[in-house]
Design a protein around this ligand. Structure first.
Ligand SMILES: [Zn+2]
Length: 184
């Protein structure tokens, strides 16, 4: 690969790459198409977004508390919280859970995420049955890059992050509970 510096007229050009026939065919049927131009395109968006009736969930995360909602009619506890019970359309009430749960499903991810730069791959996208909830909560399980730490049925806990984040959902994440069965 060679960087062609004669094309600086294009501001977002990263490089021009001369590629070769990958199968070794001769003559190369695509010989006239082997100069590949690569651009660094920019795309940014800015918009204001309301968290609506879900807002208290995120505001409580700032205080290190995890809230579900509980339906006063069927008593089902929703986490992720639901302002309206999906089963019977009753307005729910806020209900604080302990920060403990059980891993019931997961997927291991190996690519870093730009929005959570302090998360070391591989990490886990986890479905967690929180203690006291009737639904599953999907979030990141931080295994500190050690895949041997994850197993179905393992106990996990919510850890609340200190410092500034881009979106309030990143004020929390799951970690293996280890021996510390102490909720908050
Ligand atoms: Zn209900």
């Amino acid at each position: 690969m060679t960087r062609d510096r004669t094309h600086d007229r294009v501001r977002l050009k990263a490089e021009t790459v001369e590629t070769s026939e990958p199968m070794g065919r001769e003559p190369d049927p695509w010989a006239d198409f082997r100069s590949i131009e690569i651009l660094d395109l920019e795309w940014s968006q800015h918009y204001r977004h309301s968290l609506g009736k879900y807002s208290r969930f995120f505001l409580e995360l700032e205080q290190g508390r995890f809230l579900a909602t509980r339906c006063p009619h069927c008593e089902k506890v929703w986490a992720t919280p639901r302002p309206l019970c999906p089963d019977d359309r009753t307005i729910t009430e806020w209900f604080r859970l302990t920060a403990m749960g059980t891993l019931v499903g997961f997927s291991v991810l190996h690519r870093p995420v730009a929005s959570i730069p302090d998360l070391t791959p591989p990490y886990v996208l986890a479905y967690v049955a929180l203690d006291g909830a009737d639904t599953l909560f999907l979030h990141v399980l931080d295994i500190a890059g050690d895949i041997t730490k994850v197993a179905y049925g393992m106990r996990v806990r919510i850890v609340f992050r200190q410092g500034q984040v881009d979106h309030p959902i990143w004020l929390m994440r799951f970690e293996p509970a280890g021996d510390t069965e102490t909720g908050s």
